[in-house]
Design a protein around this ligand. Structure first.
Ligand code: NCD
Length: 367
């Protein structure tokens, strides 16, 4: 097969930060830069592999800011988005990412699928495989379900959220959005950054993936939740847990709020939303406790007036003032998903240095 063209050179280099050439020369050559068949969790990535995906995404941030946002890099490939759980922004983000790269994108919604007729997950996986997808993006309500499918299919699988386990592209897009916000302030990386994650940590795959990703990038992470929503043993992940939101906010340079995931709760975890807001809602007054110029984040969907007040969620400060980067997170989501799809399909596209045999010869292991 003739090698498909590599991703185009960035139309415009990022406004700040190292040039594309110096960024690329930081990484091992070819598939050694990202020697994984799919993306199942941040927990299986090395720090340099996380940075590689972030750097690869920069060219797509630039493309997405142009009026014409389409390339043919994945032309002819089929990507299936198999979503066994409801989603608006993640599904849309993956769909836009695949289409902007020129792939044929098909969405499978569980509500309309044979899963409702009792088909097993393995049978669904075999069906998707028989349709010869070139990449499958999966969201599923059970932790570990995505790995189960990934083990049964021949193409790369991307985890778009599995139960309370991981949501790797969310953590990557959060890191990219943060990096952009920091660079606008003349700070190059996340090293030493004090980040507070607050809300329903117990049910959050976003919290888990973010703790792993932020720590890999050198940030210091505090987590805050009511006792009923703090997972037991969380300190084993190297984070400082606290039940006191005011203490958790003191000096925080970044505050990441999480939604109360009522759909995952069996029984009553908080007395009422009103009580939750009183103790753990991010209000303008509370935000005063954080470091000057604090950055506010939320993966969405937000419950305005519960975990976050509207004035905080929409805080449009200048680069050095306190500001919300929630819409930047959504923007970076498309670029990160484009990077993941482009990198993970290099093997099937026969990109030099990324093909099966070449990769084996060059020592890459497909994890
Ligand atoms: C998160 C999810 O689905 O895990 N949302 C998202 O991906 N945008 C967080 C949430 O549902 O609260």
């Amino acid at each position: 097969m003739a090698p498909a063209p590599m991703a185009p050179t960035p139309p415009t280099p990022p406004a700040t930060g190292p040039s594309a050439t110096s960024r690329r020369s930081r990484y091992p050559a070819g598939a050694l830069a990202f020697p994984h068949r799919g993306l199942l969790g941040i927990g299986e990535l090395e720090t340099h592999e996380i940075l590689y995906l972030l750097d690869e995404a920069e060219q797509w941030v630039a493309l997405n800011r142009r009026p014409a946002k389409h390339v043919d890099v994945l032309a002819g490939l089929t990507i299936i988005n198999a979503f066994f759980e409801n989603s608006t922004r993640t599904l849309l983000s993956f769909e836009i990412a695949g289409k902007r790269l020129g792939a044929d994108v098909v969405n499978m919604h569980a509500a309309q699928s044979s899963v409702k007729k009792g088909e097993t997950l393995i049978d669904t996986a075999m069906t998707l495989n028989a349709m010869r997808a070139d990449a499958i993006v999966i969201r599923h309500g059970s932790s570990g379900a995505v790995r189960l499918i990934a083990d049964k299919v021949d193409c790369p699988v991307i985890n778009a959220g599995d139960g309370q386990h991981e949501h790797p592209t969310q953590a990557l897009l959060d890191a990219l959005a943060l990096r952009h916000a920091l660079r606008a302030r003349g700070r190059e990386e996340l090293n030493g950054l004090l980040v507070t994650i607050c809300g329903d940590v117990r049910h959050s795959r976003v919290a888990r993936s973010n703790i792993l990703c932020l720590q890999a990038l050198g940030a210091i992470v505090r987590v805050c939740a009511p006792p009923s929503l703090m997972p037991a043993g969380i300190e084993r992940m190297g984070v400082a847990p606290t039940f006191d939101f005011d203490a958790a906010l003191a000096g925080a340079e970044v505050v990441m709020m999480l939604r109360l995931q009522s759909e995952r709760m069996e029984g009553q975890f908080v007395p009422s939303e009103r009580e939750f807001r009183r103790l753990y809602g991010l209000t303008p007054e509370r935000l005063e406790r954080a470091a000057p110029g604090v950055i506010v984040m939320h993966p969405g969907p937000m419950n305005r007036g519960v975990e976050i007040d509207s004035t905080v969620a929409d805080l449009a400060g200048g680069p050095h003032e306190a500001r919300s980067i929630i819409t930047d997170q959504v923007e970076m989501g498309v670029a990160i998903r484009m990077a993941c799809l482009e990198v993970l399909t290099r093997r099937v596209r026969g990109v030099p240095g990324w093909g099966g045999d070449n990769a084996a010869q060059s020592g890459a292991r497909w994890a």
